[in-house]
Design a protein around this ligand. Structure first.
Ligand SMILES: [Zn+2]
Length: 381
């Protein structure tokens, strides 16, 4: 790699589309971005390992390693972006536009652009004297299934001491967030002519009871499980979608409810799912076999970094900002499974993520570079 200036790095990575979406019309491979990153980090002397995810052709993770031994620092991020709102962008999402002290483009802050920051920061350091290894992790499909980070958590053969995920936190160290679960509750009854209730088993009536139980759990969560790190302290439970029956003159044969639950570091996803099952168990007693419960997607666990973490202290010192908790999910719970202290810290504001005309405010460039250099010096040099 010719010694690239920051703007060229940014331009090149944004120019390669890497949308992930559960809608196959939008979903793309991230291979182009992974190959670019392989070039960048190989030219800085890193050893490159690119892995295609099992049963997900075209989706790749990259691990780049510099230095030997155990521990050290991991700088991590995802290579995919969300789809862009057609017609709502005033600029080309894949061509970086500089305007009014901003760089516009899809992924500028969420978060392919972070890898350009890493290269920029490392170009200013003497990396020949590393005492601990420095690793870069670039994952696939964070915006959909988090499959890339899940794979790393299960299969990685390295254990950093510290990890920083460069999602757009406004360069504030983020040390905790809730998780996310989507659950399906289906009641199957028996349809029949409406003129005689004995003709069937009304699924909607049973669902009415089930909803009473679910709302009871919602109250219990609020009363008993507050975690005041979060603006909304309790694990939340939201009734979000319901469909049942097909006609007023038929006994409702099937009714389906979808709910969203947000586990906290204290009340994990498995525990919360167990509470839901328990709350719904009386429904099964009245009508055996009528209840079906399943995850609509694999749960994303909640996450919290240790209060006495040295990484948090150093990140606060370097950024000049106190650590915070947030209300969005990241790959942190999976990266943390590697056994490292993990924080989320990166340039740009989350409010501009997943929005038309996503942009990086250029006032983040120097502070981000300084924070990254501080952490690499502190933990690897
Ligand atoms: Zn992101």
């Amino acid at each position: 790699m010719a010694n690239l200036d920051f703007f060229s790095l940014y331009k090149n990575i944004i120019a390669i589309p890497s949308i992930s979406s559960s809608d196959s019309k939008w979903d793309q491979s991230n291979e182009g971005v992974i190959r670019l990153l392989a070039d960048w980090f190989a030219s800085l002397g890193f050893q490159i390992e690119v892995t295609e995810l099992a049963e997900m052709p075209g989706k790749f993770n990259l691990v780049a390693t510099l230095g030997q031994g155990e521990g050290g620092l991991l700088l991590a991020g995802h290579t995919d972006t969300v789809p862009f709102d057609e017609g709502r962008w005033s600029k080309n999402p894949f061509q970086v536009t500089e305007e009014g002290n901003r760089l516009y483009g899809l992924g500028t802050i969420d978060m392919k652009g972070f890898f350009a920051f890493i290269v920029e920061a490392l170009q200013g350091l003497d990396l020949t004297q590393l005492k601990k290894p420095l690793r870069i992790l670039a994952t696939a499909d964070e915006e959909t299934t988090m499959a890339g980070a899940r794979t790393i958590a299960e299969a990685a053969e390295f254990k950093p001491d510290y990890a920083v995920i460069g999602e757009p936190t406004g360069l504030v160290p983020v040390v905790a967030h809730k998780g996310h679960m989507s659950e399906l509750i289906r009641i199957t009854g028996k349809s029949g002519h409406s003129s005689d209730p004995a003709n069937g088993v009304n699924a909607m009536e049973i669902m009415h009871q089930a909803m009473g139980q679910v709302l009871g759990l919602q109250r219990t969560l609020k009363e008993k499980y507050a975690d005041h790190r979060f603006a909304v302290p309790q694990p939340t439970l939201n009734l979000g979608y319901i469909h049942g029956g097909d006609s007023p003159n038929r006994i409702c044969g099937c009714c389906e409810l979808h709910i969203d639950m947000r586990p906290t570091p204290q009340v994990g996803a498995d525990e919360l799912f167990g509470m839901l099952k328990e709350a719904l168990s009386p429904i099964e007693i009245h009508q055996p076999g009528c209840l079906h419960l399943q995850h609509l997607h694999d749960p994303i666990p909640a996450y919290a970094c240790r209060d006495d973490s040295e990484l948090v202290r150093e990140a606060e010192k370097a950024s000049g900002k106190r650590a915070e908790s947030v209300n969005y999910c990241t790959e942190a719970p999976f990266i943390q499974q590697l056994g490292c202290e993990t924080i989320v810290l990166g340039p740009g504001h989350i409010a501009q993520a997943h929005q038309p005309d996503e942009y990086l405010d250029l006032s983040f460039v120097e502070p981000t570079k300084a924070v990254l250099q501080h952490l690499v010096k502190r933990f690897c040099l």
